[in-house]
Design a protein around this ligand. Structure first.
Ligand code: SF4
Ligand code: SF4
Length: 348
C-alpha cells in the first residue's frame, strides 16, 4: 500500500484509510480482527470520532501495541472549550495514547457552528491550547456544507479538511479540492460510496483515484471489504468508457435527491422516521417491493404524521426537500403494498 503525505503535515498515511463507523456494529473480537487485518495489509490511517460510540475504544484495544506505526484521527462535535477538553481526554483514554495525530472539529455545518467554536472559550481556542500542550499534533475540520468548508479552510487554521466526495457528490472537485491543495491542506474523503448509495466499489475507487493526493476513508466491517478495496490499488487506474457509463447511470438514477443518512435532520417533532423513509426508493431498487415494504413498514407508516413544518429541510446540509421526498416515497410504498397484496407471496 502506497503511503502519502497528508497535505503539508508530517503525517504520512496509507493512500486508503479506515473509516471506523461500521465497527460500532461489530463485537470487540470481530472489530479487532478487522482492524488488525487492515493494519497487516498496510492501512496506517484510522479515522474515528467521539460520536462513534465504542469505536475509539475498539481501535485502542486492537492497535494499542502498534500505536507508533499508525496515524490516529478523531473528532468532536463539541462547540465549547470545556466540552472539547472532556472529549479529547476521553479520546486519549479510549485510543490508549498520549496524543491524537489529527483532531478534527466535527461537522461545521452552519454559521452558528462556526461562531460557537470560534467564540472566546470556544472549542477552537481549547483545541489550539491542547495542540500547544502536545496532546494534538494537527487540527482538522469536517463538514458536509461546501460554503462552510470553503470558508473555514480559508482561515488557514486547519491542516486538513474532510468532506464527502464520490462520483455522485462531485461538488468538492471544482472548488474545495483545488483550494485545499493551494493551501497545502490534506483532503480526506468521507463517504466514498455516497453513504451507501453506490454499491459498485470498483467504480467508486476508479473515480476517486483520478484525483491525486486525496485519502478516502471507506468504512469497513469485514476483512473481505478491505481486501476488495485494496485490490483496486494494485494496478494503475484505468477508467474506461464503460466505467463512465456505469457512473452516469448511478447519477441519473440517484439525481440530486438522495439522502446521505447523516441524520442531521432529526429528531422530527412529529416522530417521523425520516432517514429510513428517505432511503425507501434505494432499498426497493436493491431488493424488491416485498422486502422493502416489510423492512421499512414502521418508518413508512410514520410518514403521514408529517405536518410539513420544514424543520428537517432547514437542518439538512444538502437542502433536500425532505417532506416532498418522503411523501412521494410513501405513495410509492402504498402502491407497492397494493401490488404485493394482489400478487400473493413472492416466489424465488
Ligand atoms: S417537515 Fe415533516 S418530517 Fe420534517 S421535521 Fe417537520 S414534521 Fe418532521
Ligand atoms: S435528509 Fe438530509 S439531513 Fe436528513 S439524513 Fe438525509 S441527507 Fe442527512
Amino acid at each position: 500500500m502506497n503511503q502519502i503525505q497528508l497535505g503539508q503535515t508530517d503525517l504520512v498515511v496509507s493512500e486508503v484509510g479506515f473509516g471506523a463507523i461500521p465497527i460500532i456494529r461489530l463485537d470487540p473480537q470481530t472489530a479487532a480482527r478487522v482492524l488488525r487485518h487492515a493494519y497487516d495489509r498496510g492501512i496506517t490511517f484510522f479515522d474515528t470520532a467521539n460520536a462513534y460510540r465504542d469505536s475509539e475504544e475498539k481501535i485502542g484495544q486492537a492497535l494499542g501495541d502498534v500505536r507508533e506505526r499508525i496515524v490516529l484521527a478523531t473528532k468532536t462535535q463539541q462547540r465549547g472549550g470545556d466540552g472539547l477538553r472532556e472529549h479529547l481526554e476521553r479520546s486519549l483514554r479510549m485510543l490508549r495514547t498520549d496524543r491524537i495525530d489529527l483532531y478534527q472539529l466535527h461537522q461545521i455545518a452552519q454559521e452558528s457552528d462556526w461562531e460557537a467554536v470560534t467564540a472566546p472559550g470556544g472549542a477552537l481556542e481549547e483545541a489550539v491550547r491542547a495542540r500547544d500542550a502536545g496532546k494534538i499534533r494537527y487540527l482538522g475540520v469536517t463538514s458536509h456544507s461546501l460554503p462552510m468548508a470553503l470558508k473555514v479552510i480559508r482561515t488557514g487554521l486547519f491542516s486538513t479538511v474532510q468532506f464527502p466526495f464520490n462520483f455522485i457528490e462531485e461538488a468538492a472537485a471544482d472548488e474545495l479540492l483545488p483550494v485545499a491543495r493551494q493551501l497545502g491542506m490534506g483532503f480526506i474523503v468521507m463517504k466514498p460510496f455516497g453513504g451507501g448509495a453506490i454499491d459498485n466499489a470498483e467504480a467508486a475507487f476508479k473515480y476517486l483515484r483520478q484525483h491525486q493526493g486525496i485519502v478516502p476513508i471507506p468504512g469497513f466491517e469485514s476483512t473481505d471489504q478491505i481486501d476488495e478495496v485494496l485490490s483496486f490499488y494494485r494496478s494503475p487506474n484505468a477508467v474506461s468508457e464503460q466505467d463512465r457509463a456505469v457512473m452516469e447511470r448511478y447519477r441519473e438514477e440517484l439525481g440530486k435527491r438522495f439522502c446521505r443518512r447523516c441524520e442531521y435532520c432529526q429528531p422530527c417533532p412529529q416522530g417521523v422516521m425520516i432517514t429510513p423513509a428517505m432511503g425507501y426508493r434505494i432499498l426497493v431498487n436493491r431488493m424488491s417491493p416485498q422486502v422493502a415494504t416489510e423492512f421499512l413498514k414502521g418508518p413508512m407508516e410514520s410518514v403521514p404524521q408529517c405536518t410539513e413544518c420544514g424543520l428537517c429541510t432547514q437542518r439538512c446540509p444538502y437542502d433536500l426537500p425532505v417532506p416532498e421526498i418522503i411523501k412521494s416515497h410513501y405513495e410509492l410504498y402504498r402502491r407497492h403494498l397494493a401490488e404485493v397484496d394482489s400478487s400473493g407471496p413472492e416466489t424465488a
